[in-house]
Structures are given as C-alpha cells and as structure tokens.
Design a protein around this ligand. Structure first.
Ligand SMILES: Cc1cc2nc3c(=O)[nH]c(=O)nc-3n(C[C@H](O)[C@H](O)[C@H](O)COP(=O)(O)OP(=O)(O)OC[C@H]3O[C@@H](n4cnc5c(N)ncnc54)[C@H](O)[C@@H]3O)c2cc1C
Ligand code: SF4
Ligand code: SF4
Length: 392
C-alpha cells in the first residue's frame, strides 16, 4: 500500500507543489497545503518540493506472507472464449510452478459450464450459483472474487481484458492492496523465484514492458482476448466443482435491469477465421465495398485501422489494435494498411498474414507471410474475382 503525506513541520506553504500536480490534487486551505481525493499517487509533486515536505509511504509484506499464497485462479466469464484461453495459459504456468488451477464462475445454473471449465484445464471450479446472479453486476462480482481470494489465497489471478474483466479487476486489486498489470500479451514464470512475468505494450506500443509484483499477493493480470491459445478440450478430464455459499455485499449501488446485445450485423471480429482489414490506403468510404466483397466470398468479416475509424468510414467496433480489438484469425488480409505497432499489437498472432500495399517498404511487409505490392483498389477486385471463379 502507498500513501502520501505533507509533513507539517517542514512545509513552508510556498505553494510550488500546486503547479507540479497534473491532477490539480493539491490545494491551499488558507496557508495549509492539503491533498485531495483527486490524487493518483503519481509522485510528480515530490521532486518539486524544495523543503522535502512531501512523503510517500510504502507498506510491504514479508516473504512469509507471500509464501502463504498457492495456485492460479482464473475469473471465468460465462460462455466466453477468453476464459478457455486463460485456462490454457494458467495450466501451462501451473505446470511450471507445480500447482493447481482453479476457476471462479459466477452466475445462474452453472453445473454444465463448471464441468466445461474442467475439460479446458481447471482442477477446481468455485461456482457462485444463484438466480440473482443471472445478470453481470461488477460490484457483486468484485465482492465475490475478493472474498474468494482472501479465503483461498491464490498466488496468481488471471482475468480477461474484456469490458467485464476491466471493470472488476481494478476494484479487486485495490481491495486486496495488490498490483494489477492490465492488458498483458505474454505471461511467464521467472526462473528461480517463481514470480509471474507480465508483459504488455507500453509507451504507445513502442516498447514491451515486463512487469513483476514481488511484494504483494496475489499477482493479478488481465489478458487480452484472442492472444493466448486454449488447450484442446478433454471431456474425460477430472476435477472438482465447489458450490460456494454466495455472500452478497452489504450495499450495492448499481441495479442491473437488463442486458442486451447491440446489433452489429453478423460481425464477430474477435472470433472470425478470416479478417479483411482496411487501412487508409483504401482511399475513400465508397471503396470500403471492395473489402466487404472479398470478406463475403471468403466467409470473413471486415476490420479496420484506427485511421479508417477516425475518418468515419467504419464504426469503432471494427477497429483492430492497441485501442481496438485483438484478433487471431486463420487469415488476415491487410489492405492499404501501413502496419503501425499500435495496429499490429492487435493482429500479430494471425496464422497467415497477407498484405497489399503500394509501398514496398511499408512496415506491414515485415510481418506478412505473403506480400502484394500494388494499388489495393485494383488488387482487391482481382482477388475477389479469382476466388469467385475458383468457387464456381
Ligand atoms: C496511443 C495510440 C493508440 C493507437 N491505437 C491504434 C489501434 O488500436 N489501431 C490502429 O490501427 N491504429 C492505432 N493507432 C494509430 C496508428 O499509430 C496508425 O496511425 C494507424 O494504424 C495508421 O492507419 P493506416 O495504416 O490505415 O494509415 P496510414 O498510416 O495512413 O497508412 C496507409 C497505408 O496505405 C498505403 N497505401 C496508400 N494508398 C494505397 C493504395 N492505393 N494501395 C495500396 N496501399 C496504399 C500506404 O503506403 C500506407 O502504408 C494508435 C496510435 C496511438 C498513438
Ligand atoms: S502524487 Fe501526483 S496526483 Fe498526488 S498530489 Fe502529488 S502530483 Fe498530485
Ligand atoms: S512545495 Fe513543499 S514546502 Fe512548498 S507548499 Fe508544497 S509541500 Fe509545502
């Protein structure tokens, strides 16, 4: 845990720190300096104080506390592919650590699904099964997950970096006073220490940072969907399902009345086997139909770079990359797309990458398995025509 304090005996009320704080969290109350709730504990003000009056306190736990934690816990989202991906990775990490994999499933009528989690790699499934849990509520899920972690003390907790996971993971880590690495793309175990190595893009995707949490437990990470590989399903796998006594939080501020899917046509970008991704090189919104035609003959879906989304040629839900969706299709066709790191962060795990670009030095060719140098507006209709002829 970390805290900030103004040392009254040292502070001269010079006010210099007020302008140092990027969050406007330092105020002058008369001639007394105070820190408000807006403080994010970023630390920027400390260096700026000439009187060394700003103190950060860090509390650590001993190695002994850390050693009480064992096993890997996966937060299982109902009927979502990311859960199976996390279980596969948890299994791999657990085999290195020599520990168990458990999963927590929260919802209604969970018996069948709990069994499925076992066939994808869980040894134990904790099921919080209650009719009132039919609809996702982040406050309740965060409470149940926090209490389960307090009781069972897993050393690692893995959560999908989905809208659900992103909503509950920070709440849980804050309640447990532990670290959370969001949006990991790679996980591993450090030789010798058994500490979780959590790798994620940093500085706008220009660097890959490996983050460790040595002093607190559990080590918590969210992982982007579509990056890790699930294990092959094994229906004969044995495991234990533990139906938990569900304890609801004392007060819940949010009431979930209904959940409905926003109609996005037939698009399921994250799970598509073929993605035709459009970049700014397509030239105009009218030309988007060239990509749609190709996607149609291949049974795929159209995705896009941020530049295309920003131009308003397609909706944000189709954006692929660091600030969009992550995809890992069998075939990825990049059409007039430069291949900026922020884009490739969301598609680099595609099995086969075909790139069409008029610039032979475009970065996308560095990761493409097949490259076509040419004008995408001419190449796309040609490919579509050839495939149609082949299919006829
Ligand atoms: C914090 C941050 C987050 C970001 N997140 C994302 C993200 O999630 N996803 C994302 O995609 N981007 C993201 N970006 C933006 C990213 O950096 C690039 O600007 C963007 O991906 C470029 O899109 P583009 O390749 O379509 O366009 P451009 O960079 O304009 O490239 C167009 C390409 O098309 C080629 N071309 C032009 N005309 C033709 C033609 N007629 N035929 C064939 N080729 C042609 C050009 O040679 C060029 O390579 C992010 C940026 C930042 C700073
Ligand atoms: S730690 Fe950061 S947010 Fe908090 S008062 Fe200092 S500068 Fe502002
Ligand atoms: S810079 Fe230091 S001495 Fe000056 S007001 Fe802020 S805390 Fe006090």
């Amino acid at each position: 845990m970390i805290g900030i304090e103004i040392l009254k005996g040292r502070c001269t009320s010079c006010g210099l720190c007020l302008s140092e704080c990027p969050f406007g969290a330092i105020i002058m109350d008369g001639d007394v300096v105070a820190i408000t709730d807006a403080c994010t504990l970023c630390g920027a003000c400390q260096e700026g104080c000439p009187s060394k009056a700003i103190l950060f306190e860090r509390k650590t736990v001993s190695r002994e506390d850390v050693s009480e934690y064992k096993g890997i816990l996966v937060y299982a989202e109902q009927s979502r592919k990311v859960t199976y991906e996390l279980l596969g990775e948890a299994r791999r990490l657990a085999d290195k650590l020599g520990c168990n994999v458990s999963a927590v499933l929260i919802g209604k009528d969970l018996q069948g699904e709990a069994q499925e989690l076992i066939s994808f790699g869980a040894d134990v499934v904790f099921a919080a099964d209650n009719p009132s849990l039919a609809l996702f509520n982040d406050e309740i899920h965060a409470h149940i997950l926090t209490e389960l972690i307090r009781q069972h003390k897993p050393e690692i907790v893995l959560i999908g970096a989905t809208i659900y996971g992103r909503s509950i993971a920070p709440r849980v880590s804050a309640r447990l006073d532990t670290g959370l690495t969001a949006d990991c793309t790679l996980l591993d175990i450090e030789d010798g220490t058994g500490v979780l190595l959590q790798t994620r893009p940093a500085f706008g995707g220009n660097l890959m940072a490996t983050i460790v949490c040595r002093e607190r437990r559990p080590q918590m990470a969210t992982v982007r969907p579509g990056i890790l590989k699930p294990l092959p399903v094994d229906v004969a796998r044995q495991g234990t399902v533990v139906f938990m006594e569900v304890k609801f939080p004392k007060s819940v501020r949010t009431k979930v009345v209904d959940v409905f899917l926003v109609a996005l046509g037939d698009v399921n970008l994250g799970e598509a086997e073929v993605v035709v991704a459009v970049g700014k090189g397509i030239g105009s919104q009218d030309n988007m139909s060239l990509a749609e035609d190709l996607a149609k003959v291949l049974g795929g879906v159209v995705g896009a770079s941020r530049a295309v989304v920003d131009a308003g040629w397609i909706e944000y839900s189709r954006q692929i990359g660091q600030t969009g969706k992550t995809v890992a299709p069998k075939l990825y066709i990049a059409c007039g797309l430069s291949g900026a790191v922020q884009h490739t962060a969301g598609m680099v795990n595609a099995e086969t990458i075909v790139a069409i670009n008029k610039d032979p030095d475009a970065p996308i060719f560095k990761i493409a398995h097949v490259g076509i140098v040419g004008d995408v507006r001419h190449v796309l209709p040609e490919i579509t025509k050839l495939i149609k002829e082949k299919k006829a």
